[in-house]
Every structure is written in C-alpha cells, then in structure tokens.
Design a protein around this ligand. Structure first.
Ligand SMILES: Nc1ncnc2c1ncn2[C@@H]1O[C@H](COP(=O)(O)OP(=O)(O)OP(=O)(O)O)[C@@H](O)[C@H]1O
Length: 500
C-alpha cells in the first residue's frame, strides 16, 4: 500500500525549473532512495513534502488524503517527519528531553522524569539502539545524534520519514549503525524516503530507487534492477567516467613541512611533509584527528607546531630555524601560496550571500580588473569558463550562491581556487554531498594541479576517495600518524585495515 502519492509537482525559482512535474509513490515498509545530480531537484521535493516550500502546481496525498502543509509544524502534525543534514538538537539537554521536546510528560508544570526516561528508552529500543536516554546529546557520536533526531520524529505521529543524506557526514565506522536503524524501522512498516549520493548504500538499503534529472523523474528501479552501473546511467544519462590514476610526484623536495602539529585533544603531534606534484591524503576513523588538520593549518582553530614551512610563495621571512609561523588565518596562508577548501562550505568556504562570480573571483579580483576597475567582459569570460568546466548548475554567474543546490555550492568552492591557480591546496572532505559526475571533475582538477607541480593535501573519511586519488597516505589514529601507505598499498580495504 502506498502511504505517499505525489502527482505532477512543479516548482520554479525565477527562471530555474527545479521540478517539472514529479510523480512518486512511497509504500509502507519500504526504503525508496531518491537520487540525482546536484541541482536535480531532490531538496526542493523534500522541502515541499516537509512544508518548507510550496509547490507551484501538483499535489500529494497521505494515506489517501490530499494534504498541502504550509509549514514544518503542519507537516509534522500530518505525520511527515524529515531529518535534515543540519540536525536540530539541543546539545546540552539529554537524549530523552530532545526526543520529547515540547511534550515532556508530567503534571502541573512538573516533569515526570521517570516516565520521560522510560518512554525514551522504549522508543530507542524499538529502533534497536542502546543509547542511554539520560546522556546529554553533546556526548553522542554523529550517527547516534541522527538516531535521536529520528526517534524525535517517530515519537510524534510518523506516516513516513524523510532522511536527507543521513550518512554524508558519517565516518565509515558509523554508517552501519545508522543503516541498521533504518532497516529496523522499515521492517516495522515505516515508509522511508532516503536521499543520498552514496551509491554503494543504495544497493545495501533500498527497496526501490527513484532518480531525478533536471527536475523530472527519469527512472524508478525495483530492488533487483539496482546496480551501481544502472544507477549511474540513470543519474548522469551516460556511463561513469573512470578516474585516471594519479601520477607519482617527480620530486621529493618538500613544499610544505610541518612538525609536531598539536591542537586540543584532536592533534597530538602530527608531522608530515608534502612535495611538488604530490597528492597527500590523511585518512582515519572518527576521532583520529584528520578533520582538525585543515582548520589548524589555516588559523581557524588554536594550534601550534614545532616547525612549519610552506615554500610556494615564501614572502614571509623565515624564522631562525628557517621556518615560518603557522598561518593565523586563511588570508595569511594565502600569502604563503596555500588555499583551503573546508568541509563546511557555509562557514569558511564561501560567502553564500554573494554572487557566484564574486565568490569565484574573490581571492583574485586583480585578474579581471584594470586600473582598479572590474572589466565586466573579462569577468564574464572567466566565470563562464569555470561554470562550464565544473558543470555548476546555475542561472548564470550573477546568481547568489545560497540559491544553488548543496553540491553546486561545493563545486564553486573548489572552482574558485582553480580560477586563481594556487600552488598548495588543502581540501577537507572535498566531495561530501557532490554527485557522481562532479566528483570526477573535482578529482581531475586535483590531479591536474599536481601534474602542473602543485601540491594537494586531502583529508577525508571516505576511504574510496583517498584510494582513488592520493599518491601517498598518512593513516591517523588518536591525533598522530599511525602508518604511511604508498603506491599499490593504497586501496580502500588497505586504508580501513590500517586505520583499525
Ligand atoms: N531558493 C532558491 N532560489 C533559486 N533557485 C533555487 C532555490 N532553491 C533551489 N534552487 C534551484 O533549484 C534547482 C534544484 O535544486 P535542489 O536544491 O532541489 O537540488 P538537489 O537535487 O537537492 O541538489 P544537491 O544534490 O546539490 O543537494 C537548482 O538549480 C537550484 O539552484
């Protein structure tokens, strides 16, 4: 039986057709994976279902009844529960308080704590989770926080559940935890619309896959028909590009050197160097420390090191030991020839309220200016070339970045350094939320930068990503280098085994 039936949904944003008449059905007790390129319309569809955005045309029914939620609260009331990537939890409060927020059991203004913990415990147990309901959410892993967010949705009326890229920010060790919970809910009869870019997960979890391209449904595959190749062909409309093998660096002379990098509990004395033409990967499981390296090198978190040197520009005078001070900000780092693509593109990566063109050229307005004046024609040429090269789906370079889909924002944050032509680039989780086609474009850019003698440093929790492009990998544990892998040692399985 179908719990949700969507018919003919259309949505336009100015000149952009985000949805061009979408039909979709979700049965009870099934996981329907919603897939598509960046900008295909997935978020718009789930925003309409969850009352954040209203459709221009079309309708949907829940258990046979037509509904049109005009707010998130209304959607919740109807039984539409959506777990977004940015979780809405109160970190200092307990798991139980979060699950029953606004509806705590009790009488005459007094909370019945015993009842609260019992109810929370029961709801977590039905999901097969062993989280203690008394724990403050701040103490939980990211996957357990997601489980709490799901429990929060289920504690209300839940006709069906929408999960928006639930594993995008999860390290490999935590994905299984979340998938187990999703399967269990499915087996209890909950319909789940599961948005993802991770194709390997679709094969593991989905009973059906619905693929959007350019605002229309281009395929609905039943479980037996789901394979990576079939999904890619529907998503891209062609076969997947092969990622070329990265060439090993020609020189061993270090371009970046860092000794005993330390930052809080996350980094406890990490030493590394990277050479011209090298793609150095940092890989580790959750808490291994690799996600703190970028922010530490670019002055975005408190860090210190015994020695640091970046040889790309070298405008900064060396200290007595021939080293330099650790950059105090991304701007200072840029003066040393080092650029950063952080995992959180909304924070340090992009000025999202500005136009695409302004972001692309922000590091280097000089390129399109003459006598201090911006040359509009030149600016258009440079921006249009970048938009084409990275296949940034937009209405033009004057569109604001916050109007782009998530994956297209990520493409802008990588492309701006391609425009500038930096020599040392640090990328943290470069393809999180990026579709299968654009991912290859980003890898090609990294490889071409290295082939031209640039140096790339990449931290990622995606073993397949590191295995695909790194020429050398530092596997981390507890804030230090645990092992170094080179050449044929760098495989997905090899990385995970080394990290364990
Ligand atoms: N508020 C908005 N203003 C203008 N255009 C928008 C707005 N929201 C979405 N769009 C456009 O609608 C299209 C669909 O975007 P949507 O976010 O639904 O894509 P998506 O499939 O979720 O992509 P991603 O995988 O990158 O998250 C895109 O071209 C996007 O630029």
């Amino acid at each position: 039986m179908s719990v949700l039936i969507v018919q003919g949904l259309r949505k336009r944003f100015g000149g952009v057709h985000a949805l061009r008449g979408v039909d979709l059905a979700l049965r009870t007790g099934e996981v329907n994976a919603l897939l598509g390129e960046n900008g295909a319309g997935k978020s718009t569809l789930i925003k309409i279902l969850s009352g954040i955005v209203q459709a221009d045309e079309g309708s949907f029914t829940l258990d046979g009844q037509p509904v049109a939620p005009d707010s998130v609260a209304k959607a919740n009331e109807l039984g539409i529960q959506t777990v977004h990537q940015e979780l809405e939890l109160a970190l200092p409060l307990s798991v139980a308080e979060n699950i029953f927020m606004g509806r705590l059991p009790g009488r005459a203004g007094r909370i019945d704590w015993k009842a609260l913990y019992e109810q929370a415990s029961r709801s977590l147990q039905t999901m097969g989770s062993k989280i203690d309901p008394r724990t403050p959410v701040a103490h939980l892993s990211i996957s357990d926080r997601q489980v709490v967010e799901i429990a929060k949705g289920l504690a209300r009326k839940a006709s069906f559940l929408v999960l928006d890229e639930p594993t995008a920010a999860l390290p490999p060790s935590e994905v299984a935890n979340l998938l187990r919970v999703v399967r269990r809910l499915r087996d209890q009869g909950v319909g789940i619309l599961y948005v993802t870019h991770r194709l390997d997960e679709v094969a593991q979890i989905a009973d059906r896959a619905t693929i959007l391209r350019d605002g229309s449904v281009v395929g609905s595959l039943e479980r037996e028909a789901i394979s990576r190749d079939a999904l890619v062909r529907h998503i891209l409309g062609r076969d997947e590009d092969k990622i070329p093998q990265s060439a090993p660096p020609k020189s061993a002379a270090p371009v970046v050197e860092c000794q005993e990098l330390a930052s809080g509990n996350d980094l406890r004395g990490l030493s590394f160097q990277a050479a011209e033409g090298e793609i150095l990967g940092f890989f580790g499981l959750l808490g291994a420390g690799q996600s703190a390296i970028g922010d530490s090198l670019f002055g975005l978190r408190k860090a210190r090191c015994a020695f640091f040197r970046a040889r790309a520009a070298g405008r900064q005078a060396p200290d007595a030991a021939g080293g330099q001070r650790l950059p105090a900000s991304p701007r200072r780092a840029l003066a040393l020839g080092m650029a950063y693509v952080p995992a959180d593109r909304k924070g340090a990566g992009l000025a999202t309220s500005l136009q695409i063109g302004e972001n692309l050229l922000m590091p280097d307005m000089g390129r399109v200016s003459r006598w201090g004046l911006v040359d509009g024609k030149r600016m258009a040429e440079v921006c249009q070339a970048a938009i084409k090269a990275y296949d940034i789906r937009c209405a033009g370079f004057r569109q604001r970045v916050d109007e782009l889909s998530g994956g297209n924002q990520q493409k802008v944050s990588v492309a701006k350094w391609a425009v500038r032509g930096v020599r040392i680039l640090y990328l943290d989780e470069p393809t999180r939320g990026v579709d299968v086609g654009a991912r290859v474009e980003i890898y090609r850019f990294v490889q071409s930068l290295a082939a031209r003698g640039g140096t790339c440093l990449i931290s990622s929790s995606d073993a397949a990503e590191i295995a695909a492009i790194a020429t050398r990998v530092i596997v981390m544990k507890a804030g230090r280098a645990l092992k170094e892998l080179r050449g044929s040692e760098i495989t997905e399985a090899g990385l995970i085994a080394a990290a364990l």
